[in-house]
Design a binder for this molecule. Structure first.
Ligand SMILES: [Ca+2]
Length: 410
């Protein structure tokens, strides 16, 4: 009798615990739930229907903890310009870019004719933003845009206003039927599709190039690339002109950093192209950019460099797009090398390093030359195993140690 009673009691307790778990996952975080209800009037006032609003939040019950984690991520290492560029412009990416260029040649020509933005620039942006769409192969890294923006509006004080504005825009996109709720995924900050548009930019610049009635930057390459071209054109892209020139300069050249002069004035001061070619439009204004001191390459940046910054407000980003576009258009890379510290790795060596970490089963990420969090963590594990200082730094010494270990297992 006693045993039966005990079993029944245990069953009841178990059932209760299961119910509690189900309830928690179904109704989620009560503060967040309240936030969703409290935001409703603001959405209604912006023209969002009850139906759209309810539909948008059907599956969203708890804040997206990964979004908050990424929003608060503080990089442990400051990224040097050459590391930044290596991760984005490397033989693999250039090769894929040329293949995509051939595959979409007709589309790119059409876009170039209509918007006046060169194919190579659009391919470079596509590479920078989504690695030609490869980010969609890792759905676990993507977020529901509604979920991500609601999470930021609810839990990130710094980004509250941004997130609320973007959330309203995202709801408008959903209401318009441009994309299904399940397909509306993006980055932790709400950047969407092949060319990573945040919702307000999508509403402002979205283009339906393939004429199926909606601007589909998620599944239509023509739409995604045309939308990027439209953003550049609307922000003043100058067709047929470069973004900037690599230059060499006179003694004390770095002191002119960030100054604006005409190319003719720069020439007079002793700045010239390494090839010895002149500047085709000497009257154009240019800004001197110095990324790595007097020993690194210098650049005179023209209007189009600053138009690229409208896509992403970063000098590194715009330089990266510019250099990548040049490579895809068949031009050579930089003449002056970056002043990399002794013992640091070239891009080929970075690929090799990741390959070895993978062979030793310390790394399961992509082999892409981009030594991010995963690679650094793997390096640390390796260092720990070998009783070395665990600083996570990718050096030539470390690569040599990895080479030795790999040879042993082979
Ligand atoms: Ca379309």
């Amino acid at each position: 009798m006693k045993t039966t009673f005990l079993i029944i009691t245990l069953c009841i307790v178990g059932l209760y615990l299961i119910l509690l778990l189900v309830a928690n996952s179904a109704w989620g975080d009560s503060g967040f739930q309240r936030w969703i209800q409290n935001f409703r009037p603001q959405a209604m006032a912006a023209g969002i229907s009850q139906m759209t609003y309810d539909h948008a939040f059907t599956t969203i019950h708890v804040p997206d903890s990964k979004v908050l984690e990424k929003a608060n991520y503080q990089p442990e290492f400051t990224t040097e310009i050459w590391d930044y560029l290596d991760a984005r412009i490397n033989p693999k990416r250039i090769q894929v870019g040329l293949e995509k260029g051939a595959l979409y040649a007709q589309t790119l020509k059409r876009i170039e004719n209509r918007f006046g933005v060169e194919s190579s620039v659009l391919l470079a942006i596509w590479a920078m933003e989504s690695n030609y769409g490869a980010i969609f192969d890792r759905p676990e890294r993507l977020h529901s845009v509604i979920g991500a923006l609601a999470t930021l509006a609810y839990g990130d004080k710094k980004r509250k206003k941004f997130a609320e504005t973007q959330l309203i825009a995202a709801l408008k996109i959903l209401q318009r039927g441009d994309v299904s709720l399940s397909r509306m995924s993006g980055s932790w900050a709400g950047a969407m599709g092949h060319t990573q548009f945040i919702p307000t930019s999508y509403l402002a610049y979205g283009v339906d190039l393939d004429k199926d009635g909606r601007s589909d930057i998620w599944d239509s390459i023509p739409d995604a690339l045309a939308t990027a071209a439209n953003l550049l054109r609307e922000n003043g892209w100058q067709t047929g002109k470069t973004w900037g020139y690599e230059v060499k300069g006179p003694r004390g050249k770095e002191n002119y950093k960030n100054q604006t002069k005409t190319l003719a004035q720069w020439q007079k001061l002793g700045f010239s192209r390494p090839s010895g070619k002149g500047f085709p439009r000497p009257g154009d204004k240019a800004v001197l950019k110095v990324f790595a001191g007097k020993d690194g390459p210098l650049f005179l940046m023209l209007r189009n460099f600053f138009v690229l910054k409208r896509y992403n407000n970063s000098d590194y980003y715009a330089l990266s797009v510019g250099l990548m576009a040049d490579r895809l258009a068949g031009f050579q890379g930089l003449v002056q090398p970056w002043p990399r510290p002794a013992g640091s790795l070239t891009i080929e060596e970075k690929f090799e390093l990741q390959t070895h970490l993978k062979q030793l089963k310390l790394y399961d990420g992509e082999v892409d030359g981009n030594l991010g969090k995963g690679s650094r963590e793997a390096i640390r594990t390796f260092q720990r195993q070998h009783g070395k200082e665990t600083n996570g730094l990718p050096t030539l010494d470390l690569l040599n140690a990895l080479r030795r270990d790999v040879r042993e297992i082979e």
